[in-house]
Design a protein around this ligand. Structure first.
Ligand code: PRX
Length: 650
């Protein structure tokens, strides 16, 4: 379906789902006046939310907004790890499961809050002994093992800033992120498990750290002998050895200023260089914690199963900081949803009695494709609430989720947000808001959203425009690490004092928000954000390539897939082998998620007379659409040639 057809279908979506009386009655938020009161007094609202955290020193004022820089909870002191772990050990939650971890091969581990505290404290002692101090950056490149949240929390306890790099990233991508963050220490693993195969991490880490500031590498042994790794004397230390010899005394939580950075997380933008999104301690944690109680309606007996990888923001906020700060039990799964069979998520959900499930539309579309029989083998009656995130959910996927996973009983919260926003911004409160399949509904309390035209004026319902956030919020990014100018330009350069997320949206007649997807050169492949420029720079680094232009093309399961148009250097001839080689080249430079689905060789790329590549035309060609205005093209025949070629390819 073309975007226009998709939009038309969405506009005609008339199915609505109101919360059931029984859900409504037990919901954390039952009074709709929360929206109004938060709008009238956002500082009062957020101050009350911040008081759900434990503070070492009370903050003096709530917000200072000096666009584009916001400070929240000024003068306060707290520690994120203390809030996520220690404080619960002083309550009835001491022996409650904090993390239920399931390894792909079927091994598992349960960490109660008290056990988690001991692990985090040992790891904090170990990091301190290796010289990690408050404010230092620590890069973490791990598979989905318990040592990942333990490492993050150990950093937080010391006051070091963690930078988690998704385990699927290549050595080169890891290296770029280490250098940008200027990390002295790396925590990695020998390897991980994926679909029963060993995924090497240490080998990538070895390649990545050469010539970087990294002095020490901690290696978690996950796979063991089969991974066959070597430790470099003086540089590498085994996690297990460190933990065995670490002091068992409590590690005192470092009192952090509200505005001290908690972590960096790199994400793609419109240039080839990823941005280190910097999140603060108090504001981020307040946002994450609030949404657990409001959007996810969290109760003490919930079992929260979030399928995201901690290498992305969803895992940071909804596997670590949100649920743990709220004292929840989270289910963390290491591997692939189809190993050993396609019912693995449902098996896990049944086994641990998951009550809330949070996953991505791309996964739901895959489950639809596999068929409901995998779901029906399991008892999912423990589920009471479902969530989705990462990309627009098509109404049919929403309906399938509702019918087969939610068994027409569970409300669905479609949550729109970003790495930069820290926590869910647009989402229904499940006890209050009637949902429509495909719409993230309305902003959460305390968040001010608008949809505007080129001049920044609000657009009427039914008209597409730029989604914007008009007021600061606690968990907003504070800057782009090392590049405040880029922070200013990217997010506040178009409309002064107004945050621009980079998504298009429109309102319907009922005031519901419908997200239309990215409006910049960012592609969303299976919920992973990939900059076209990153893939292009990887391609042009190959000696055979002269120029490359990358676009996203609609894909049934992935949402979008990468199509690359490539011109070759003189004397290089096109071949299937070269296509395979170039795809692999991109994987090595970025990671498997950036592998182009298709590569098309072309003699020329369509360019304007000033030499700018006309991506719009390429996107039109990719989607098989009627080509729009070509009057600015330097050479119109290029388009005809490309169209003909694209047809042949199909
Ligand atoms: O385009 C939006 C899309 O994902 C982008 C943010 O990507 P990332 O920073 O990787 O964070 C993903 C997880 C929070 C957004 O700019 N997006 C995310 N959630 C939704 C969405 N698009 C539509 N509906 C959503 N629920």
């Amino acid at each position: 379906m073309s975007p226009k057809e998709q939009l038309d279908t969405l506009l005609h979506e008339s199915r609505t789902f109101s919360p059931s009386e029984s859900f409504r009655q037990q919901a954390n938020v039952q009074d709709a006046r929360i929206y109004e009161s938060a709008e009238q007094d956002p500082e009062g609202f957020w101050s009350a939310q911040a008081h759900e955290l434990t503070w070492f020193e009370e903050f003096e004022s709530v917000c200072n907004w000096d666009p584009p820089h916001a400070q929240w909870f000024i003068g306060g002191k707290l520690n994120a790890a203390y809030n996520c772990v220690d404080r619960h050990t002083l309550t009835h939650r001491k022996n409650k499961a904090a993390i239920i971890w399931e390894g792909e091969p079927g091994d598992n581990r349960v960490l109660t809050y008290d056990m988690l505290r001991r692990e985090v404290d040992k790891a904090a002692h170990a990091l301190r002994q290796l010289g990690v101090q408050k404010g230092d950056r620590v890069t973490i490149y791990l598979p989905m093992v318990p040592e990942l949240p333990i490492s993050m929390l150990a950093c937080a306890k010391i006051g070091a800033i963690h930078s988690v790099v998704f385990g699927g990233f290549s050595a080169q991508a890891l290296r770029d992120r280490i250098i940008d963050a200027d990390s002295k220490l790396l925590i990695t693993a020998d390897a991980g498990w994926r679909r029963g195969k060993i995924v090497p991490l240490k080998a990538n880490a070895d390649e990545a750290v050469v010539g970087t500031p990294i002095e020490k590498v901690i290696v978690v042994e996950r796979v063991g002998a089969q991974a066959a790794i070597e430790l470099q004397d003086g540089r590498d230390v085994r996690w297990q050895d460190l933990m065995a010899s670490a002091p068992t005394s409590p590690f005192p939580a470092e009192p952090m200023d509200s505005e001290d950075y908690l972590f960096l997380l790199y994400t793609s933008g419109t240039t080839g260089k990823p941005k280190g999104i910097a999140h603060s301690t108090a504001g981020y944690l307040t946002g994450a914690n609030t949404s657990m109680r409001t959007v996810f309606d969290l109760k003490d007996n919930d079992i929260f199963f979030c399928t995201a990888d901690i290498g992305w923001i969803t895992g940071h906020t909804y596997l670590v900081y949100g649920p743990l700060s709220a004292g929840a039990t989270v289910v963390m799964y290491e591997g692939s949803p189809d190993f050993p069979d396609r019912d693995r998520y449902w098996e896990i959900a049944e086994k641990y009695g998951a009550t809330i499930l949070y996953t991505a539309p791309t996964s739901i579309r895959m489950f639809m494709k596999w068929g409901s029989q995998y779901v029906e083998q399991h008892d999912l009656s423990s589920l009471r609430l479902l969530g989705t995130v990462g990309e627009p959910i098509n109404p049919e996927a929403w309906m399938w989720y509702h019918k087969y996973i939610g068994q027409e009983r569970c409300p669905i919260v479609d949550t729109w947000w970003q790495t930069e926003t820290g926590c869910a911004m647009i989402a229904p409160l499940p006890g209050l808001v009637t949902t429509k399949p495909g719409s993230a509904t309305r902003p959460v309390p305390g968040i001010a959203i608008d949809i505007v035209d080129e001049e920044g004026n609000s657009v009427p319902p039914g008209h597409g425009g730029y989604l914007v956030i008009t007021k600061p919020w606690p968990s907003m990014l504070r800057t782009v690490w090392g590049d405040d100018e880029r922070f200013r330009n990217t997010y506040f350069g178009k409309f002064e004092g107004i945050y621009l997320p980079g998504d298009g949206a429109h309102l319907d007649e009922d005031g519901y928000i419908w997200i239309l997807g990215r409006i910049d050169d960012v592609i969303n492949v299976s919920g992973h954000r990939i900059g076209t420029a990153e893939v292009e720079s990887a391609l042009v680094a190959h000696p055979a390539v002269a120029e490359a232009a990358v676009i996203g093309r609609s894909h049934e399961v992935k949402g979008q897939a990468i199509t690359a148009f490539v011109t070759l250097r003189e004397g290089v001839s096109a071949s299937d082998d070269l296509i395979a080689e170039l795809k692999q080249y991109v994987v090595e430079r970025i990671g498997a998620m950036a592998r182009p689905e298709e590569i098309l060789f072309t003699a020329e790329l369509p360019k304007t007379r000033s030499g700018k590549i006309m991506r719009r035309l390429l996107r039109d060609i990719g989607e098989g659409r009627v080509i729009g205005d070509t009057t600015t093209l330097a050479d119109p025949s290029v388009v005809e040639a490309l169209k003909a070629q694209y047809k042949d390819q199909d």
